[in-house]
Write a protein that binds this ligand. Structure first.
Ligand SMILES: [Zn+2]
Ligand SMILES: [Zn+2]
Length: 415
């Protein structure tokens, strides 16, 4: 059974989210995208937790997987931890996956001691990573704790602003109980493979969506005999049945390069190292992005693929591809119509990414088909994302995304 899973999303009770992010809205969004297993998001929020108990139905099988409207749900939340480490405040986000509503309820009771769970769908807890892990695993060893968007400057284990340099530094003696990290939109598995210390952690990819339209920006593909919580978490841990991940081109992510959005400064790690990470416009410290941090911590060249690594495939949200192809704004009705046409033809957005070229050409106009084929074959380039601004897709071969990666490879050993 092939399962496309998005394990990190938010509800309408988290800050800056769409009011349609509830069980029904996530279900509808998952259908359009072709996601078969969607995270509930925000199970720590008391009001939303009551909605989950009301709306989700549990099969008789005790599989730990719930359903609504034909879509399967896995109980998931994101928490922020804040603690002092070697005289500095550290803030990091973690995804939690829970095996049942009952365990979820126990998690919520326990975590309420460390912060106000009602304040935000992603609550802030005054607790260290190791202490959080201890609390969770003392409730159930089946719970999974996955560091979220591991490289983003803020709120991530390896982030330039409030992170640390290794899993052991982050989790102390609990590091052994962490089995996966989320690569986030601004890094891809190939970048993470440049750190030998991460070989033992599986790399998962999720959308971190704040609206139903953003679901599945990244996702995980599993092939399992039967769908259960244990089946999914075992596949993540062992990589057996973990087929691939769908990835953003990392250049598209909001923190791939270094820079200052207000100063209109975008720099590669090599360029910002040359100016000692100081913004040439305002003279303040640049927001150091994901590629820079990966290069700092890497002990291998880009291009190395560890044994037992899970493959990945680049995708670009279809509305962006259509918008670029027909030169209309992403939110225009033209784009919405062309998007619906393709989704109706193939059944879902992910089915479009998997369709053979001749089928794509039958289903849509030449410009849009050309653009989709370009994205699928990597013949695109990017103005890289930086300091909270998404990267911009450019549909030409002038310098392919691949050759941008080659450039990184060449320079990786220079630092
Ligand atoms: Zn987060
Ligand atoms: Zn600046």
């Amino acid at each position: 059974m092939r399962i496309i899973a998005d394990l990190h999303v938010h509800s309408k009770y988290a800050r800056a989210t769409s009011p349609r992010c509830d069980v029904a809205g996530l279900c509808e969004g998952a259908k359009t995208k072709g996601i078969s297993l969607i995270a509930s998001g925000d199970f720590t929020h008391p009001t939303y937790f009551n909605e989950l108990k009301r709306d989700l139905s549990e099969g008789d099988d005790g599989s730990g997987i719930y359903s609504y409207g034909g879509i399967k749900f896995i109980l998931s939340t994101e928490v922020a931890v804040s603690y002092d480490h070697r005289g500095k405040n550290k803030r990091m986000h973690h995804i939690l996956l829970a095996p049942s509503l009952e365990i979820t309820s126990q998690i919520n009771d326990r975590l309420a001691k460390f912060g106000n769970l009602s304040e935000d769908g992603r609550p802030t807890l005054k607790i260290s990573n190791a202490h959080l892990a201890e609390e969770l695993f003392s409730i159930s060893k089946e719970i999974m704790l996955i560091p979220a968007h591991a490289w983003t400057p803020w709120f991530a284990i390896f982030g330039s602003r409030c992170g640390v340099d290794s899993m052991e530094e982050a989790f102390e003696d609990q590091a052994k109980n962490i089995r996966a990290i989320e690569t986030g939109l601004s890094s891809d598995p190939a970048m993470n493979w440049t750190l030998s210390s991460l070989d033992k952690y599986s790399l998962v990819s999720n959308s971190d969506a704040h609206s139903p339209e953003k679901l599945g920006r990244e996702a995980n593909v599993f092939d399992l005999d039967e769908l259960s919580f244990r089946g999914i978490t075992d596949a993540i841990k062992t990589r057996k049945g973990f087929v691939k991940t769908y990835e953003f081109y990392p250049e598209e992510g909001k923190y791939h390069y270094d820079g200052h959005r207000d100063c209109n400064v975008v720099l590669s790690p090599y360029e910002s190292k040359a100016v000692k990470d100081i913004c040439p416009v305002c003279r303040k410290k640049l927001t150091v992005g994901v590629l820079h941090r990966v290069i700092d911590l890497a002990d291998r060249k880009l291009g190395f693929k560890p044994e037992n690594a899970v493959p990945f495939q680049y995708v670009v949200p279809l509305t962006i591809v259509i918008s670029k192809a027909i030169k209309r704004p992403e939110t225009s009705t033209y784009v919405a119509e062309e998007y619906s046409k393709l989704v109706r033809y193939f059944g879902s957005e992910f089915a479009v990414y998997e369709a053979p070229e001749d089928q794509i050409r039958l289903a849509t106009s030449k410009e849009i088909a050309d653009a989709i084929v370009r994205v699928n074959t990597g013949r695109v380039r990017w103005i890289p994302g930086h300091d909270g601004v998404f990267g911009q897709l450019i549909l030409d071969d002038a310098r392919s995304a691949r050759s941008a990666l080659d450039k990184k490879q060449k320079n990786l050993s220079d630092f």
